[in-house]
Design a protein around this ligand. Structure first.
Ligand SMILES: [Fe+2]
Ligand SMILES: [Fe+2]
Length: 189
């Protein structure tokens, strides 16, 4: 009987050791995955910065131009935040090509070709393209902040949430510009 119990005890100890080893490895892989995603969004933000310059130059309405300009400055700050995150993770900032943002930005450039310079229809198209970018960023930062919390990287999560908040308010401002000014003017053109 005693031998049986000892065996039982041994089995359960081995099992719990294996389980804790498994969860540690799992967290390691999840951290690696998170770092890869940081490289992805770091690439994306740098490409978005170039896209914002083009969109600002192509926009006609003052509100839209100044809105894009303000978000350009914010995006520079978001890139700095990502560099801070890399440093908190003990990593050097690195970029990983992101096909999704390349596609969204390419589509944004093509709407410029499809619309006439100086028109409100073009501004409508710029807002539409810009909101697609913001929604991509909202999805990314929202998921990454939750993942950081899962990994108990609370400082990283806090930084990601600051950017998430900016992306959300940019999206709302774009909706405001569309509703209050650009869309009705485009309708009247
Ligand atoms: Fe951004
Ligand atoms: Fe953004």
């Amino acid at each position: 009987m005693a031998t049986k119990n000892e065996n039982k005890k041994e089995t359960s100890t081995t099992k719990s050791k294996n389980q804790s080893k498994f969860s540690q490895e799992d967290a390691g892989k999840l951290t690696e995955f998170l770092i890869e995603e940081f490289k992805d969004i770091y690439y994306a933000e740098n490409e978005i910065l170039k896209g914002l310059k083009k969109m600002e130059a192509a926009a006609t309405s003052k509100e839209l131009k100044s809105g894009i300009n303000a978000h350009y400055a914010q995006t520079q700050g978001q890139i700095k935040r990502l560099e801070e995150i890399f440093s908190l993770m003990g990593q050097k900032p690195a970029k990983k090509k992101c096909d999704a943002i390349d596609g969204i930005l390419k589509e944004g450039e093509s709407v410029l070709e499809d619309t006439e310079e100086g028109t409100m229809v073009r501004d409508v198209a710029i807002i539409l393209a810009s909101q697609k970018v913001e929604h991509y960023e909202i999805a990314t930062y929202g998921s990454l902040a939750e993942l950081a919390k899962t990994l108990e990287l609370y400082e990283v999560a806090k930084i990601l949430e600051e950017t998430l908040h900016e992306e959300k308010s940019t999206d709302l401002s774009l909706t405001d510009v569309a509703m209050m000014s650009v869309n009705p003017k485009a309708k009247a053109e």
